[in-house]
Design a protein around this ligand. Structure first.
Ligand code: SF4
Length: 348
């Protein structure tokens, strides 16, 4: 069945055959707490013959979400601890997040901001709150980059997006505006001439970071939407979350990274999954993640290598957690090659 509108309720999912009727009560309990949305594009990507379909796993609620483990937390990366005014997260010296709204076209079941996004989430900034957020950026000359996230900023109408971009245009020390989005993959039709014109409104350098987790998301339509952005002059980078049952396999991850590079998107971050509530079924151990990432090294092009990172719980920022190829000290090192061989450096 091809959906013609987004599926947003357990009943929608049952009617579309994406959950079994006997699971409806459990899924309703999840829907009371976490938002649900699958766009028609995402629904069309789901392989209904595969019980473990990696697309369905990302978007169709699972009863496992009702389990919250002791280490999980509502704000796993500590946004609140670094929010001086509503809508701003100022965690690092030279950049801020600007969270203008908390709506997404899809709701990922592993979302690190799942307690903040959705119709019952932290909402959209009022005009006064947006002015206060822009004033904060204006008053902090150290802010070189503004990252629009949320929520997914490309669900804003081109008119509202253009207004935000005009606000940023008036702040000379902001040189870079970055967008974190899933839209080119899950709702590619939104990337039209009006959206591109809005993105150009600030006159700043605009980067687009695309969030995608499985090579099957990189359809011809998604690639065409990304091409419209790159052709318009916006460099693109990728963000992927390492997820059990979705991409915890070097072959799958490698194909995804190649798909990015073929689409002129430079692989950027591979995120270790955050400690968001009800997401333990997606998490793997850091050592498992390191093995998967190490298997990419050397075997596929250097262009295809993401940086494996962990957002340290509590708001302490990102740490690079890939395995180091070098051990030793005092000018005497052992370096491992991509086949597992060990070599002294400098050579003896
Ligand atoms: S698109 Fe991003 S913010 Fe929205 S639900 Fe998915 S991970 Fe969360």
């Amino acid at each position: 069945m091809t959906a013609v509108r987004s599926l947003k309720t357990p009943e929608d999912l049952a009617a579309a055959g994406l959950i079994e009727p006997q699971k409806l009560d459990g899924i309703r309990a999840i829907a009371d707490r976490y938002a649900i949305a699958l766009t028609p594009t995402v629904v069309s990507l789901i392989d209904r013959t595969d019980q473990n379909d990696p697309i369905a796993r990302q978007f169709v609620p699972d009863p496992a979400e009702l389990l919250t483990t002791p280490e999980e937390r509502a704000d796993p990366i500590g946004d609140q601890a670094h929010s001086p005014v509503k809508g701003i997260v100022h965690r690092y010296p030279d950049r801020v997040l600007l969270k203008a709204m908390h709506i997404c076209p899809v709701y990922c079941r592993f979302c690190f901001r799942r307690e903040m996004v959705g119709p019952q989430g932290d909402g959209t900034l009022s005009p006064e709150e947006l002015s206060a957020a822009l004033a904060y950026i204006r008053e902090h000359p150290e802010i070189w980059e503004v990252i629009l996230t949320g929520g997914d900023p490309l669900v804003l109408s081109p008119r509202r997006l253009a207004a935000i971009m005009r606000g940023l245009a008036e702040i000379p020390h902001v040189k870079i505006v970055r967008f974190h989005t899933r839209v080119p993959v899950v709702e590619p039709e939104r990337i039209d001439a009006a959206m591109i014109a809005a993105l150009k409104e600030s006159g700043k350098v605009v980067y687009i970071a695309l969030h995608a987790n499985h090579p099957r998301e990189m359809t011809e339509t998604a690639r065409a939407a990304c091409a419209r952005l790159v052709d318009a002059g916006f460099p693109m980078v990728s963000q992927t979350v390492l997820l059990r049952g979705v991409n915890d396999d070097p072959a799958v991850l490698g194909d995804l990274m190649k798909a990015f590079v073929e689409t002129r998107i430079k692989p950027y971050y591979l995120h270790h999954p955050d400690l968001a509530p009800g997401t333990s079924h997606f998490r793997l151990d850091i050592a498992e993640g390191q093995k998967i990432v190490s298997a990419l090294r050397g075997n596929i092009s250097g262009l295809c290598q993401p940086t494996y990172v962990l957002d340290i719980p509590g708001g302490h920022g990102k740490a690079m957690i890939g395995e180091s190829a070098v051990r030793g000290e005092d000018g005497c090192y052992s370096v491992s090659d991509y086949r597992g061989g060990e070599h002294a450096y400098p050579p003896k």
